[in-house]
Write a new protein. Structure first.
Length: 505
């Protein structure tokens, strides 16, 4: 998408029509690309000046400066800027300001003296002080890479797609017809949008909408509409009718496969999280090996007059259970009161709230029958995992009561994890059961006959890799545990592998 202030639409006749590019705009796209390429190695400020000149040139010829800015915004996302300085600018500024305070800068000569003193303190030349002093400001960053993936034609195609996505940001309802409805419905579900399929004289139509007015105008829902357009536009034949909330007035926008196409490149990544706290938590949580799946922005929850869209949800892999998770950061007192009101009226679901300690409302959240974990700066993953473990313990106890005391699987070799998956339970629910036809070796069930046959094929002095191949023929992947059960140990030979030896009595 583009920034909202770069949206270009026509409202002629009461409609709402994005101002798409034409073949005539190809030279402009080429100029924008060329401007970036020609400024590699130069300051961002110089690049901005060149783009401003291009905007003025476009305006003089009857063009729209927003078009230039929109094209430039897309290209800039593909570029790499960096700060170049002999010494970190913050360190230079500290030395320069300390020198200036000692000298008392009121003239050019005194400024020069202060710069010289700062240079001496840092062990660099005065010219390096001047060059590094504000090198980390945006305007002084250096464009180091403008290897953009678009040519002029694909840049225009990406611009038109981004422009239409921005227009859909304020949609309250979208009606779509496509020659690939199955893929479209999959995308709608993936984006967790609400939809229904209706019959019309022209054929089946997918209607995507929110449950009520307050929800349909949330930022997240508008962003989901915009992201959906990319999937729609990848179809060969499609048409779309959107109801747009244009500053309080409803307008209708019509789009079709003749308006928007998808360039043959991956889309520019859109921001996924509303805050760094959420992004940090998601990154760390997804790196854990848990029986919970983290879902970003799950379905909305009903409150008294509005809806609430939690930041996350945790889905338990072995039961139909979802724990919603809201990150309550530092907001204004008015917003905190509004949020507490939502938590008081939200529908009956399991909800965990990570609340910034500075708000001091943890007890109030608990009083509304929700779990609360405090945080400062970042959400502690362990605190959240501890809550999930409590739920797991309940599920394990419940499922264990419904499972048989003994299992007799048909497989000769079967891991506990696979056995648990077959029964839709956690490993903890089956590991304490009995297995009359198998022996539990490590975390794998193995029939005694398979162990005996494997034992005959393995002998001391065999390379570990050869022993692993033998066990692999029987479907045994936990070679270490099985070899230990058979009375062998591994004698490691540096990084080159190992040899099977008999255990010492």
């Amino acid at each position: 998408m583009l920034r909202k202030d770069l949206l270009r639409v026509s409202r002629a006749g009461g409609g709402y029509r994005p101002q798409f590019t034409t073949r005539a705009h190809r030279p402009l796209a080429a100029k924008v690309l060329g401007t970036f390429e020609s400024h590699v190695g130069e300051r961002r400020g110089d690049l901005d000046d060149a783009l401003a000149a291009l905007e003025a040139e476009a305006a003089e010829s009857g063009g729209d400066f927003k078009l230039v800015r929109g094209l430039a915004a897309l290209v800039e996302r593909e570029c790499t800027f960096e700060t170049r300085a002999r010494v970190p600018p913050r360190r230079v500024r500290r030395a320069a300001f300390e020198a200036a305070e000692a000298v008392g800068v009121a003239s050019d000569a005194e400024r020069e003296t202060a710069v010289d003193r700062a240079a001496d303190a840092l062990g660099i030349e005065p010219t390096d002080v001047e060059a590094s002093l504000y090198a980390d400001r945006d305007v002084n960053e250096i464009l180091v890479d403008a290897d953009v993936r678009w040519d002029p034609d694909s840049l225009l195609a990406q611009y038109d797609l981004s422009l239409a996505q921005t227009a859909l940001f304020d949609a309250v309802e979208v009606r779509i017809r496509s020659n690939d409805p199955k893929r479209l419905v999959s995308a709608v579900k993936r984006l967790r949008l609400m939809y229904e399929v209706v019959k019309t004289p022209e054929g089946r139509e997918l209607v995507v909408t929110g449950p009520d007015a307050p929800f349909s105008r949330t930022r997240r829902y508008g962003t989901a509409f915009a992201r959906l357009l990319r999937t729609v536009a990848e179809s060969a034949e499609w048409s779309l009718e959107a109801t747009i909330d244009d500053r309080g007035r409803e307008r209708t926008m019509h789009l079709s496969d003749g308006d928007v196409t998808v360039p043959g490149v991956e889309p520019v990544a859109e921001p996924e999280f509303d805050s760094g706290v959420e992004a940090d938590f998601a990154g760390r949580f997804r790196g854990l090996d848990l029986d919970w799946t983290l879902v970003r922005e799950p379905e909305p929850l009903e409150t008294s007059t509005r809806v609430m869209i939690p930041d996350f949800a945790f889905d338990y892999d072995h039961a139909e259970f979802r724990l919603f998770f809201e990150v309550m950061g530092f907001w204004t007192p008015e917003y905190v009161e509004k949020k507490l009101g939502q938590l008081a009226d939200v529908e009956d679901v399991d909800l965990l709230v990570a609340v910034d300690e500075s708000l001091g409302v943890g007890e109030e959240i608990a009083a509304r029958d929700h779990r609360a974990v405090p945080y400062t700066g970042t959400v502690r993953v362990k605190a959240v995992v501890d809550v999930l473990r409590e739920y797991e313990a309940e599920f394990v106890a419940d499922t264990a009561a419904s499972l048989p005391d003994a299992f007799a699987p048909d497989d000769d070799v079967l891991s506990l994890a696979d056995l648990a998956d077959e029964h839709g339970v956690s490993v903890e629910s089956v590991e304490d059961k009995t297995f009359p036809d198998h022996e539990l070796v490590g975390r794998t069930l193995v029939r005694p006959g398979v162990l005996s046959t494997a034992e005959e094929a393995i002998e001391a002095g065999m390379a570990l890799s050869a022993a692993e191949r033998v066990l692999g023929e029987y479907g045994i992947t936990d070679a270490s545990a099985v070899l230990s059960r058979l009375g062998y140990r591994v004698e490691w030979e540096g990084l080159g592998g190992g040899t099977i030896r008999e255990k010492e009595e």
